[in-house]
Design a protein around this ligand. Structure first.
Ligand SMILES: *Cc1c(COP(=O)(O)O)cnc(C)c1O
Length: 423
């Protein structure tokens, strides 16, 4: 996998016209990223003919793997009928019914184009509904790249050292309050200090943008109780976990019901999508029914909807969660054993089909995650890539197992981790 001539050429050109040479920061792999030519199943192929087992999987959406036939068929069928209408179409009725079936807490919803748009709209709706400006987010939580949420934001923002972005007016984040994950006391005192002023708490129920950090037993239930007692809307940002941990996402997995939910990634089957939804009395405030404005030329676009419907049907038909969650568990157990046998002070995080090796102790929040040896992780990433395994190029991301990852892929992956972790 040493030959990267064409990728280097493309990257040198790209740097002239595209900041950092990439269209999204997490793709900026030093010294240069590989350029993809095609991707099928669990494999991604670069322009120099190298092939990798892919655990980035588009950073979450590709739960069925690359180029899954049923999605491709749905897209082809849709292409024959046009790909943008600017009018309502039957697909949005069908997908909203399906989403409501698995997410009963989503009584009404709007289709947007990205997770970023979904959380931006969710916060606006929550503010419009409550008439309050302040909201709480969890440190290290990532809700897309919009102003109000770029405070101690995870993902590429932390990887590239800009968890608090330049260019965001202080006025736009002064109502963004922060608490550590897995810390109910901090939440209670923050609410106490801002009593009657907080519209919502937005959180990833499982943190997926700072490695994978899972909730301690009872934490989500307590968050639900405290927010309800204080009339604070609880927004679960399930852009990663929705249709990933289970059909009904983390809210089904943990049995905790939020007031509002955002979806994205998996529900578009690899085509851009976002969903903002929640209680009927809240969502009725969205324009044109209510006075909270939200609009978009590409909202509810037929290709995303068709891919989303095909995704849901396949997840059910193939019992995908049972398969990928079992593979996730097998892989995490094997990695933990490798780490233990090699006497490394690393830890395996994750849940369901999500996993990460932390180069340090198992973190329970953002501050602890930052203590991990991220340079050590990045060197390891490079060794894995050389051996044909494409992991996320940052300690602060999550690996995703897809339905296309075979048992043999998992075996190869375990063996390669075994060879490269302890180097
Ligand atoms: C990826 C992500 C987003 C942003 O979604 P985009 O489609 O990239 O805008 C929001 N929230 C969470 C939890 C995410 O992982």
């Amino acid at each position: 996998m040493d030959e990267m001539k064409r990728s280097i050429e493309l990257f040198e050109k790209a740097k002239n016209f595209i900041p950092g040479g990439v269209s999204s920061p997490v793709r900026a792999i030093k010294p240069y990223p590989f350029y993809t030519k095609s991707a099928h199943g669990s494999r991604i192929m670069d322009v120099d003919g190298n092939e990798y087992i892919d655990y980035c999987m588009g950073y979450g959406p590709l739960i069925l793997g690359h180029s899954y036939p049923a999605i491709k068929e749905a897209l082809k069928r849709q292409l024959d009928d046009g790909w943008l209408y600017g009018t309502p179409c039957e697909l949005e009725v069908e997908l909203s019914e399906k989403i409501n079936r698995y997410f009963p807490a989503i009584e009404m919803m709007r289709f947007v184009n990205t997770g970023t748009e979904a959380t931006m709209a969710a916060i606006r709706v929550a503010r419009g509904f409550t008439g309050l400006d302040k909201f709480i987010k969890i440190e290290g939580g990532f809700h897309g790249a919009h102003d109000a949420c770029l405070v101690k934001a995870g993902s590429g923002a932390t990887t590239h050292g800009v968890p608090d972005s330049l260019g965001v007016p202080r006025d736009f984040t002064k109502n963004t309050l922060q608490v550590p994950y897995n810390d109910i006391e901090s939440l209670v005192s923050l609410i106490e200090a801002n009593k009657g002023e907080i519209a919502a708490l937005i959180m990833e129920p499982v943190l997926g943008n700072i490695g994978t950090i899972t909730p301690e037993k009872g934490y989500l239930e307590e968050v639900r109780a405290v927010t309800a007692e204080n009339d604070i809307l609880l927004i679960f940002d399930e852009v990663i976990t929705g249709f990933r941990l289970a059909m009904g996402g983390a809210q089904e997995y943990f049995g905790v019901k939020p007031d509002m939910t955002t979806l994205g990634k998996v529900i578009g089957g690899g085509i851009p999508i976002g969903v903002v939804g929640g209680r009927r009395d809240i969502m009725e405030n969205v324009s044109p029914q209510g006075k909270v404005y939200q609009a978009g030329t590409f909202n509810g676009n037929p290709l995303s909807l068709a891919a989303g419907i095909a995704t849901i049907e396949t997840l059910v038909k193939e019992d995908v969660h049972r398969v990928i969650n079992a593979r996730g568990e097998r892989l995490r157990n094997a990695l933990a054993e490798i780490i233990h046998d090699a006497g490394l002070d690393y830890a395996v995080g994750g849940i369901g089909s999500m996993f990460i090796v932390f180069f340090g102790e198992l973190p329970s929040n953002y501050t602890e995650a930052l203590k991990c040896d991220k340079e050590g992780y990045f060197k390891f990433f490079g060794r894995m890539l050389k051996h044909g395994i494409f992991l996320p190029p940052s300690q602060f991301e999550t690996n995703f197992i897809s339905f296309a990852h075979s048992e043999e892929d998992i075996d190869t992956t375990i063996a390669t981790f075994g060879d490269e972790l302890a180097v």
